[in-house]
Design a protein around this ligand. Structure first.
Ligand code: MSP
Length: 520
């Protein structure tokens, strides 16, 4: 079996989870589930990033110890994973000893090799981003961009990691591994960025300024810079598990691709003599009214509200259907409702209803065998083969939105096939030929539903299970074989009904802000 190790970014615990975090977890989960279905030995890691200035500040604001804040918020992220049906195999917290011990070992090793040195640092520091800024980060008018928050000038001795010494190596590496970063144009941006000389990376923070971090093993007066600490989670979580490292993909947002994941991380690994991941997948942002959803802008949406209202699979479906991986997408409730109503309640819901209803009415609740294959059936079979082949290729290339689009075109075409065959009319006829067509149409719609559900499995696992269950079907162990048109359902006993995606009640009109009309 091929080993496939996939990770998400680990989330900061200075705020509650929002839609951006939920998306990254669902996207990574869909990839993990898809690879498992394809037969890979998957290891899926997620977790929380718990050290650094922001966490220390948030804890102070609330008047609680940082560890308490970490415990509370990390538990929220863990609960989010459970609620979203995320199939992670592990959840790492950077305050765990298993992580801290590996960070100390990597630091000590790099220090012993002379990759880390002490020097005086003078620079402008952004607390919000936890990073020193450079002159080129300033806006044309000399001010600092909004995203850096408050910027202060600092002079202090610190420890530095020799990034610059590896710049040429990194450029060569990226040139030799054209598919290291997905989408590919981002790799070009990184190479563009690497045309400017890199500065060595300041990896320490004096303890008098920052207490909440992992002390440097070679100087207790300093703690480790949070990014240097956090990136190592991908390795520390599997260091004791043979055969997992290196990672296959790190799934991250585009904001943390460059420099942390595309520059610091490959160089850290290379300098420490560790193998590099196969690739980085940088997804885009969920936006509201053109701005990135984030805790600091206050426009973040609580994903759990939508899950409570519409169910986890509808939520997962929306995120994956609507976002072309790598690009940005706007989130509006209207868009969510439009997708929910047209694709799930209408197209998929109708196919389920009709299949169960017709099989109960005309098949004695048992799926019959198909007896004829005329033009309409042949079209359905051919469309299925094409849909499956295209969807698999699209999923291999992370184009899940397009794979779902194809799947729903297939579902729609089955609804059209049912209209064409009109089993309700055939059921009234006593002609043998009509009865054979009736049985064929029942078999065809049930088999098509089984197949569509199988193809939706990575995105909507609970829905697939429910559909299989009402079709009286237990899928076999090899998913690829499940995707072949066949007659696996013949004789299966179907349930009476299943309502998976009820139509939401219409939102009541807003009250209270209308001017009072004239009294009659
Ligand atoms: N702690 C760092 C990551 C360290 S990884 C070694 C971090 N945390 S975060 O909580 O700010 O973000 C976690 C992930 O959520 C990032 O990949 C980020 O891109 C993603 N998202 C945060 N807001 C987002 C959107 N509005 N939309 C999509 N994803 C975004 O960065």
């Amino acid at each position: 079996m091929k080993s496939f190790y996939i990770t998400t970014a680990i989330d900061y615990v200075n705020g509650s989870p929002h839609l951006g975090h939920a998306y990254e977890k669902v996207l990574t989960d869909v990839i993990a589930r898809f690879r498992r279905l394809m037969g890979d030995q998957v290891h899926f890691l997620t977790g929380t990033d718990e050290h650094g200035q922001k966490v220390q500040q948030s804890a102070r604001k609330r008047g609680i110890p940082p560890q308490q804040l970490c415990d509370e918020v990390s538990a929220e992220f863990r609960a989010l994973c459970a609620k979203l049906n995320i199939s992670n195999d592990d959840f790492i917290r950077t305050t765990e000893e298993r992580h801290k011990k590996v960070v100390r070992a990597v630091l000590q090793q790099l220090f012993d090799k002379g990759e880390i040195y002490k020097a005086e640092y003078r620079g402008f520091y952004s607390t919000r981003q936890e990073q020193f800024l450079q002159e080129k980060d300033r806006l044309p008018d000399g001010s600092w961009p909004e995203i850096y928050g408050e910027v202060t000038e600092i002079v202090e001795p610190n420890y530095f990691f020799k990034l610059r010494a590896y710049q040429d190596w990194l450029v060569e590496f990226l040139r030799g591994h054209e598919n290291f970063i997905f989408p590919r144009y981002r790799q070009k941006q990184v190479l563009e960025f690497l045309k400017e000389p890199l500065n060595d990376l300041c990896i320490s923070r004096p303890r008098e300024r920052l207490e909440w971090g992992i002390p440097l093993p070679f100087d207790e007066n300093y703690v480790t810079y949070v990014w240097f600490d956090a990136l190592i989670n991908y390795y520390s979580a599997v260091v004791d598990k043979p055969g997992i490292w290196p990672a296959t993909f790190h799934v991250i947002g585009k904001d943390i691709l460059m420099p942390p994941h595309a520059v610091y991380w490959p160089i850290m690994l290379h300098a420490a003599g560790l193998a590099l991941p196969q690739g980085l997948l940088a997804h885009g942002w969920w936006m509201t009214s053109g701005a990135k959803m984030s805790k600091s802008t206050g426009n973040a949406l609580n994903p759990l509200d939508l899950v409570d209202e519409f169910g986890v699979d509808a939520f997962r479906y929306f995120l994956i259907r609507e976002m072309n991986v790598g690009q940005d997408s706007d989130f509006t409730r209207e868009q969510f409702l439009a997708r929910y109503n047209s694709d799930l309640a209408n197209d998929l819901g109708n196919l389920i209803n009709r299949t169960l209803n017709m099989t109960n009415r005309f098949g004695g609740a048992q799926v019959p065998a198909a007896e004829v294959a005329e033009e309409p059936e042949r079209e359905v079979h051919a469309l299925w083969d094409k849909t499956r082949d295209e969807a698999l290729t699209l999923c291999e290339g992370f184009q899940f939105h397009a794979a779902l689009e194809r799947t729903f075109i297939f579902i729609k075409s089955i609804n059209a096939y049912i209209e064409k065959r009109a089993p309700w009319k055939l059921g009234k006829s006593v002609e043998a030929a009509d009865q054979a067509l009736l049985r064929t149409s029942l078999a065809t719609m049930a088999e098509a539903l089984r197949l569509a559900a199988a193809l939706l499995r990575a995105v909507m696992p609970a829905t697939t299970d429910k559909i299989n269950s009402v079709l009286g079907y237990t899928p076999g162990a090899v998913w690829r074989e499940e995707l072949n048109w066949g007659n696996r359902l013949v004789g299966a006993k179907v349930a009476e009904s299943l309502v998976l995606f009820p139509r939401p009640a219409p939102t009541p009109p807003a009250v209270g802000n209308k001017p009072a009309g004239p009294k009659s």
